[in-house]
Design a protein. Structure first.
Length: 602
């Protein structure tokens, strides 16, 4: 009572409020704050003074770690590790009013604790925690759509029951299981192959905006560029982003660097333009690209948000085209995906196959999906978002290592749609097996995470399938994962049959004929559709693949299957590990292919 009286409240008023609050400890203070008669800052400042502890206002400290500290014995409530601007480390807490007497008694018994404790408001603690570990926000607020947990208890229980039933022989015989799996794989492969064939046979250019928005009406644009160990490409990256044709008073480019990445910071700083800033991503959580993006989004001021990678070279008018296209499209279109293309030639196997794969995907397949209003998996870069859509979907999940597929799935589940953008960002292909394999295994691990999260709640998923076009994206991802898993086995069956060994196996006549037919259909359709996409995609860039490149597509698919099984192992052992791809190794042209640079809009 004396504490509150000292803050200017009349005795008669306090007595009346005390009667309402009742005798319970802390009830009066809680009532005063709930009714707005005392601001939380005023209450906690007065409490700190009465306890002989420092009070830290909102924004006067930052979190040193997201994890709560272990409180001393008898301490009523959690502690938060914070650091003041002077560098002093303190255990910060926001005691509930009901715990004040216990804290006072504890400090009387152990007065040395005062040197290590400080008080702040609950809001100040929450904001400091979010700033320190922005990546944990989705996992804490919407754990049902976060990949923080690989499997839920329900999924583990269902998997355990299925394995137990099979082992007891009560569910399916081995023969029935093999035929069922083969039919499922073939059906998914046929759907995926049919989509690819349709895309490869139809030329579907991405639409350009009818007219560009006048410079004075352009919305504010924020470009997020997460980087880690990218000093080799820093100068080229800044040069190509500085060439973006967009009014500088409506543009901000945020480079998102990890605390320990002093090399990239030193490489960037000499070349930064007036609308460019470097942000340090600190705090707890997995060290992943989406975690950095969440941190950048918290500091971004734009109505539109773009994402680029370290090796990217976007066409100069890409932001203008995206802003103008958004103005024409309905508000339900959440994201525009730019075309991605490889701008360097190589005699090596992986970069040549990667070039054909990107051409088929971004110049044929995704434009075909977009033209028909169908959802598609986003590329990991050259994404342009409405800020409102990102916020509604919960932005990126730092625990998913393929953040683009995960975010696309959540946007579609929320009723949003996506379109392709008639602009290209040029990229660098991985040159070696090690670089390609690490990147592809990470992508596939993220796809597995996305599917496991999506399939957590079957009844909710069924309702979403009825009211959205989620089924297209779900089947696409499932088909990719399942066909890659089965591909080496189907190829092995065909090789066994072709060599004559299969006929010597027991019961091959009963089981082998069915599986052989399904394997032949699946593998043939897979190779035919990928070959057609490669030819059509290369033709869209005025190129023609060599016969050798086309003949090696089966080998590339087998390499993808190896990457898939590496992804499964990594999902079990290190689900949130980010396998970084090294950039700046290829000999790339100094200018982007076929791009006429315009003067920048200032």
């Amino acid at each position: 009572m004396a504490l509150l009286r000292g803050r200017g409240l009349a005795d008669a008023h306090l007595v009346a409020l005390a009667r309402r609050a009742g005798p319970r400890e802390g009830a009066l203070a809680r009532l005063l704050m709930e009714e707005g008669l005392v601001a939380p800052d005023a209450y906690y400042a007065a409490l700190a003074q009465s306890l002989g502890l420092p009070f830290l206002p909102q924004g006067s400290f930052r979190a040193d770690a997201q994890l709560e500290l272990l409180p001393p014995p008898g301490f009523p409530g959690p502690l938060f590790c914070g650091r003041t601007p002077s560098g002093e480390r303190l255990a910060v807490f926001a005691p509930v009013p009901e715990s004040v007497a216990a804290i006072r008694a504890l400090l009387a018994r152990a007065p040395s604790l005062r040197a290590r404790l400080a008080i702040a408001t609950p809001v100040a603690l929450e904001l400091a925690g979010r700033a320190a570990a922005p990546g944990l926000r989705l996992a804490s607020e919407r754990p049902d759509v976060s990949a923080r947990a690989v499997l839920t208890r329900g999924q583990i229980a269902v998997a355990g029951l299925a394995v137990a039933a099979f082992c007891l022989g009560r569910l399916l015989t081995v023969e029935a299981l093999v035929i069922f799996a083969s039919v499922l794989v073939t059906l998914l492969g046929m759907m995926l192959g049919a989509l690819r064939l349709l895309a490869g046979l139809s030329h579907t250019p991405s639409p350009r905006p009818a007219q560009l928005i006048p410079a004075r009406l352009l919305p504010r644009y924020s470009v997020l560029v997460p980087l880690y160990r990218e000093a080799r490409v820093a100068q080229s990256l800044v040069r190509h982003l500085d060439a973006l044709d967009y009014p500088r008073d409506r543009l901000e480019i945020l480079f998102l660097l990890e605390e320990d990445d002093s090399e990239t910071r030193a490489a960037l700083l000499p070349y930064l333009g007036p609308c460019m800033r470097v942000l340090t991503v600190s705090g707890a959580g997995p060290r992943t690209k989406p975690r950095a993006l969440v941190h950048g989004l918290d500091h971004a001021r734009g109505e539109l948000i773009a994402v680029y990678d370290g090796e990217d070279r976007p066409e100069p008018d890409q932001l203008l085209l995206a802003a103008s296209r958004f103005a024409e499209l309905p508000p339900s279109v959440a994201v525009l995906q730019g075309h991605l293309a490889i701008d360097h030639r190589s005699h090596r196997f992986f970069p040549r196959q990667f070039l054909l794969e990107y051409a088929g995907l971004f110049d044929c397949q995704l434009p075909w999906f977009s033209a028909r209003g169908l959802p598609f998996p986003l590329g990991g870069t050259s994404n342009h978002f409405r800020r409102t859509a990102l916020d509604a979907a919960g932005s990126w999940d730092p625990y998913n290592v393929t953040e683009d597929a995960d975010l696309a799935m959540r946007l579609v589940r929320g009723g949003w749609s996506m379109q392709m953008l008639a602009s290209t960002t040029f990229e660098e292909a991985p040159l070696s097996w090690r670089a390609w394999h690490g990147q592809r295994a990470r992508w596939l691990k993220g796809w597995l995470q996305t599917l496991l999260v999506t399939l957590r709640e079957p009844f909710r998923l069924a309702a979403e399938l009825r009211r959205t076009r989620l089924a297209v994206l779900l089947v696409y991802l499932l088909a990719m994962v399942v066909t890659l898993a089965a591909h080496p086995f189907f190829v092995g069956i065909l090789l066994l049959y072709g060599s004559g060994v299969a006929g010597l196996l027991p019961r091959f006549d009963v089981l082998g004929g069915v599986v052989l037919t399904l394997a032949g259909v699946s593998v043939t359709l897979c190779y035919a559709s990928m070959t057609l996409l490669a030819i059509a995609g290369a033709a869209a860039r005025s190129r023609l693949p060599s016969l050798l490149d086309l003949a090696l597509i089966p080998a590339y698919w087998l390499a993808q299957s190896l990457a898939f099984y590496a992804a499964v192992v990594d999902l079990v052992r290190r689900p949130h590990r980010w396998q970084k791809t090294e950039h700046g190794l290829a000999r790339r042209p100094s200018r982007m292919p076929g791009v006429q640079r315009r003067g920048k809009t200032h």
